[in-house]
Design a protein around this ligand. Structure first.
Ligand SMILES: Cc1cc2nc3c(=O)[nH]c(=O)nc-3n(C[C@H](O)[C@H](O)[C@H](O)COP(=O)(O)OP(=O)(O)OC[C@H]3O[C@@H](n4cnc5c(N)ncnc54)[C@H](O)[C@@H]3O)c2cc1C
Length: 315
């Protein structure tokens, strides 16, 4: 049997950087909150946080635990460690969240901070190398590998559609590796275009052979790339940015407008969605998917939503 909890001001779905930042703003505006979290964080495989001043190299679960403890001690924020399976309007002024165990919770407003998930390309060995040997971002991962003889970029999926951007990524990668190999995985058109773009860039080598498999070696981030012509390249690390998709079904269920890039469409600077009463923050609502941006948009969502809620003196 479901036990009804009191109505809170805001239901925040997602307890990552975006949701926690929204909560840390809303409690300071005296609003009550429930933060739901199913615990599937995007950076789960990469423990240390980078590019957050004061927290560089700290385990991301420690960061979340400290933020959660801070919020809990305010007396205005409670946490529910469960997935929200449905969110629907109840009357004209309330939203009702139901968790997978059937519990229901009601709030006046909603913030979606549900994150996104990677869609890995269909290359044998890719998933085994993800994060340990394939890096999505040079500035989060490259520094520790500085001084490599060579590294590779997988120019497949999303990256195959943005070749000038790939050349910029090659420049980023060259900060850490003397030579940068661009692998087009047998795509002749991409190979030809990369060769044209890389003509004047001596540190870039374009490889058109299909990839047979990627093998994570035991040393550091080293990956061996095995090609169809039986050659093998031992690379200090690989770089790739896979496609991402919104995590879970709530954005679709709620009918919020989605951008052509697949993120929740929000206004700026206060990230209201197309559905009144619902804001979105973090990776689910931005093409720039990193922790600092998620924190910034969470703070903006908190600010924007606080102004839609009445003062407790008027309730
Ligand atoms: C490998 C890797 C390493 C990274 N390293 C860094 C780094 O060093 N520095 C940096 O700035 N960025 C880094 N990033 C990016 C960073 O992890 C993301 O930008 C950040 O996690 C986004 O925060 P978020 O709150 O939007 O989403 P998340 O941190 O993914 O949190 C979303 C939360 O919502 C929950 N959730 C989703 N749906 C529901 C639901 N229906 N009910 C309840 N809960 C739900 C999930 O379980 C999850 O806990 C990295 C990304 C990757 C892939």
């Amino acid at each position: 049997m479901s036990i009804e909890s009191p109505v809170v001001d805001v239901l925040i779905v997602g307890g990552g950087y975006g949701g926690l930042a929204a909560a840390s703003t809303l409690y300071r505006a005296t609003h009550s909150l429930i933060i739901f979290d199913s615990g599937v964080f995007r950076d789960a495989k990469a423990k240390p946080i980078r590019q957050i001043p004061g927290w560089d190299g700290i385990d991301s679960s420690k960061y979340r635990a400290i933020a959660r403890a801070e919020l809990e001690q305010t007396g205005l924020c409670s946490f529910v460690s469960a997935e929200v399976s449905t969110l629907r309007p109840e009357g004209s002024n309330l939203w009702m969240a139901t968790t997978i165990d059937g519990q229901t919770y009601r709030g006046k407003k909603v913030i979606l901070a549900t994150g996104c998930e990677e869609i890995y390309p269909d290359i044998p060995g890719y998933q085994e190398c993800w994060v340990t040997g394939i890096f999505p971002c040079m500035y989060q991962f490259g520094y520790e590998e500085h001084g490599c003889e060579s590294a590779g970029i997988l120019v497949v999926d999303k990256l195959a559609g943005v070749l000038p951007q790939v050349m910029k990524l090659a420049g980023d990668t060259h900060k850490f590796a003397r030579q940068v190999y661009l692998y087009s995985n047998g795509n002749a058109e991409v190979t030809a275009q990369l060769q044209a773009l890389a003509k004047e860039t001596p540190f870039v080598v374009v490889i058109g052979q299909p990839i047979v498999q990627l093998v994570k070696e035991s040393t550091r981030a080293v990956v061996t790339v095995e090609l169809a012509d039986k050659t093998r390249h031992v690379q200090g690390f690989l770089v790739h940015q896979p496609y991402t998709k919104l995590a879970g079904q709530l954005p679709t269920q709620l009918g919020v407008e989605i951008t052509p890039m697949g993120d929740i469409k929000v206004q700026h600077p206060f990230p209201a969605t197309s559905v009144p009463g619902i804001y979105a923050a973090g990776d689910c609502a931005s093409p720039f998917k990193n922790a600092a941006m998620a924190i910034a948009s969470g703070v903006c969502a908190g600010n924007g939503l606080a102004r839609e809620l009445p003062s407790s003196f008027d309730c």
